[in-house]
Design a binder for this molecule. Structure first.
Ligand code: NAP
Length: 363
């Protein structure tokens, strides 16, 4: 129930019971702009109180404002101008389209619409100008689809973006070590993952190779011209709970030393920082100097999981530079990244009549 004087924007979560949906529930607790008004999931969960439907795996209790919400079937509802989708990609495509057709802005974590010509694939610090693509979508006023990239792609692109703008990236080789939470619920069996590494994640390498180029591409008439350099990705599932690590080797057009790259990354800021968006990290990229860093357990929660950390920036014998990038896959790589996209959409007036609420003392 809305608290007295609560002027926040009512939002919904589609697929609220899964790993990313739960993280969204957690991050929306006390959000200054958004109020969780409704949660949806599959027919298995619909009709149950959220606390009963969700197999809760986040630390801490289920936020009060979510626990008693009755899970609804995933169908458009009135009174909610924006929804965050954490639907399984086997069903997300047509369901999200249905919400957009009903005049609701969908911010999606699913892969289904990411490569659509008029669909923004956003890392808000890197390509905020791509948001305007949504204006060309053929949905009723207020309706549309904005997408959050693949979880590994977000960490990689957030670091490549400033480097590409300054020095011109010519080639990327990346090997990832991806956390268990990236596989969703119920995920891998414990026996399969303990003491083990699985050198294959279906569809993941293709997403890293294609989405990165769209994010770093140039927006023009009717779409994005993707960046032209090759990306070669190899992805592994490892027994880490949260936090994707990427080992990256880069070739540049302009010569760049490890010190120059480090200084450039450490000072990088984007539009979310300029606008002071509520979920924007103060510094999106933390450059770490200890040779043993970054590590998932130590660094995934930097700036509430919204900052990526970069370490071991050093020369490469094949390309120009090597480095290690760590990002929180369910925060920056999913729920938190989607929240930042939603905040940017509101700040940039993409929903008619919806503006950031003026803070009051009532909450
Ligand atoms: P998950 O744990 O498997 O959760 C999937 C959600 O979709 C659940 O809420 C589930 O509801 C709902 N769902 C399944 N079938 C449905 C149907 N027929 N109708 C309505 N709802 C249905 O998956 P996840 O890891 O949270 O991922 C969610 C999405 O985000 C996926 O598209 C994934 O690719 C993407 N993503 C995940 C990560 C990550 O790190 N995990 C990162 C980036 C992007 P029930 O509980 O009722 O079955």
């Amino acid at each position: 129930m809305s608290k007295k004087g609560d002027a926040r924007i009512p939002v919904g979560i589609l697929g609220a019971t899964g790993v990313v949906g739960q993280r969204l529930v957690r991050l929306l607790e006390d959000h200054p702009w958004f109020r969780l008004a409704t949660v949806t999931a599959s027919d298995r969960s619909a009709g149950l109180p959220y606390a009963e439907a969700a197999r809760w795996i986040q630390s801490g209790p289920i936020p009060e404002e979510a626990a008693d919400l009755v899970v609804r079937p995933t169908e458009p509802m009135a009174g909610v101008p924006m929804v965050f989708s954490a639907l399984d990609s086997s069903v997300a495509g047509p369901l999200e389209k249905g919400f957009a057709e009903a005049g609701i802005l969908v911010v999606s974590n699913a892969s289904n619409h990411r490569m659509g010509r008029q669909v923004p694939l956003l890392v808000p610090e890197v390509n905020p100008e791509h948001l305007d693509l949504v204006d060309g979508q053929e949905y009723p006023e207020g309706g549309g689809i904005i997408t959050n990239p693949n979880c590994s792609t977000i960490g990689l692109s957030l670091v490549l973006g400033p480097l590409h703008a300054a020095f011109g990236v010519e080639a990327v080789q990346v090997v990832t070590m991806q956390a268990l939470s990236g596989a969703g619920l119920p995920g891998h069996a414990a026996l399969e993952m303990q003491d083990n590494v699985i050198p294959f994640i279906p569809g993941e390498e293709e997403k890293l190779e294609e989405e990165t180029l769209k994010i770093l591409g140039v927006r023009g008439e009717g779409g994005v011209t993707p960046a032209a350099f090759p990306v070669s990705a190899q992805c592994n599932r490892v027994p880490v709970s949260d936090g994707h690590t990427a080992l990256v080797s880069l070739k540049f057009v302009e010569p760049v030393s490890p010190e120059e790259a480090a200084a450039h990354l450490a000072s990088f800021q984007g539009l979310p920082q300029e606008l002071g968006l509520p979920f924007a990290p103060r510094r999106p990229i933390h450059v770490l100097s200890d040779h043993r860093h970054p590590q998932p357990r130590l660094h995934r929660d930097l700036e509430e999981g919204m900052a990526v950390s970069v370490g071991r920036i050093r020369p490469c014998r094949i390309n120009d530079l090597r480095m290690v990038i760590l990002s929180h896959n369910t925060v920056r790589g999913a729920a938190g990244g989607a929240l930042l996209c939603g905040e940017l959409a509101v700040a940039e007036k993409k929903i008619p009549g919806v503006r950031p609420p003026v803070p009051t003392d009532d909450r």
